[in-house]
Design a protein around this ligand. Sequence first.
Ligand code: SAH
Length: 344
Amino acid sequence: MTLAHSLAARIAADGPMRLDAWMAACNSAYYGGEDPLGRDFTTAPEISQMFGEMIGGWIGDLWLRAEKPPLHIAELGPGHGSLMADALRLLGRLPGFMGSAGLHMVETSLALRSIQRARLAGWAAQWHDRVDQLPDDRPLVIIANEFFDALPIRQRRSGKELHVDFAEGLFMPKWLPAAGADAEWSEAAHAIMGHLAGRIAAQGGALLIIDYGYGGQVIESVPLDTLQAVHRGEMVSPFYDPGAHDLTAHVDFSALAAVAHGRGLAIHGPVAQGALLGDLGIAARAEALKLGKPPHEAGSITAALLRLTAPQQMGAIFRAMAVTAPGWPVPAGFGMAASGDSGA
Ligand code: SAH
C-alpha cells in the first residue's frame, strides 16, 4: 500500500489528520525513501566541504577553550554525513581530540543511515533513533543543520486548527474548531530542545542550530504559515503526493531560545549564517583551497563561498544560534552577538 493509500484509509477511519501527524508521516516516508537529498533541494554541507570544515573548527575551538574535556559529539539528522566527515577531517588533526571524543548520529532514516555509514567509514560512530538515547556520561557538543525545519508543526488561526482531509481522490486542508491564539508552532522541536537543554545543563556542552528561520531580529510580525514543500527545486502544495517531497517550516529561534533559557543555558545569537562562517574564517579557507587550482575549479570554490555566505543567497536567510552550559566559553562566531538573549 502506498503512503497516499494508507493516509486516505486513516482519514476515512479517524477523520481529518492534524497537520503535525500529516507532516510526520510524509517526512518519515520521504527521508526513508531512496537517497532523498540532492534531488529536490541541496544543503550547505553538500555545496562545499568548507561548511563542515568551519563547523569542525567551531567544535575544536570550543573544546580547546573548555580545557579539553572528554566529550561526545553528536549530529542531528546528518543527511549524507558530509558535514561530519568534513569536520572530522579537521578534528582528526587536533592533538588529543579524537582519542577523547565519542561520535553519535541521531537519524531515523535507514536509507540515510547507510549513506552516513559509508561516508564515515573509518570513524567509530554510533547511530540512535532519538535524542534521549545519547550517552549521559560526558559533555555533549551537538550540531543540527537543517534538522529543526523538518520537524512537524501545528497551525491555528481564527479559532481553528489546520488538519488534512481526503475527499474525491484529493488531500486538502481542513480547518477544525480549536481554542487558542493564532500561531504556528512545533511541539516536536520544543520537546527535543527541552530534552537536549536539560542534558547540556546537567552534562555540560553546547548545541549549534543552523537553519532558516526567524527570531532575534526585528520582524513586522511572527509568521503564521511557513509550511512548504519543494519538489525538484519547485514549490508544490504540501497536500499533494504525500511522501514525494519533504515538508519544512521556518524555525522559530525565539521559541527554542526560550526553552533553553528556561533550563539555565546561555543563548548566543541567532546570527546570520554568512556572519558565522565569515568569523570562522571561511574566506581564508577558500583562498587556501584555490591555490594551484585551474581557473574553473577556483571559480567554483568562489561560487560556493558566495552561495554559503552572500546575503542574497544562503548567508542571511539561514541563521545560527548556539546554546551553552553554564560556565562554558562563548563559542566562536558569536563573540559580537548579544549573549544571554532571553528569547522573549
Ligand atoms: N543535516 C543534513 C540533512 C538535512 S535533511 C544536511 O544539512 O545536509 C534532514 C535530516 O534530518 C535527514 O537526515 C532526515 O532523515 C533527518 N530527520 C528528519 N526528521 C528526523 C527525526 N524526527 N529524527 C531524526 N532524524 C530526522
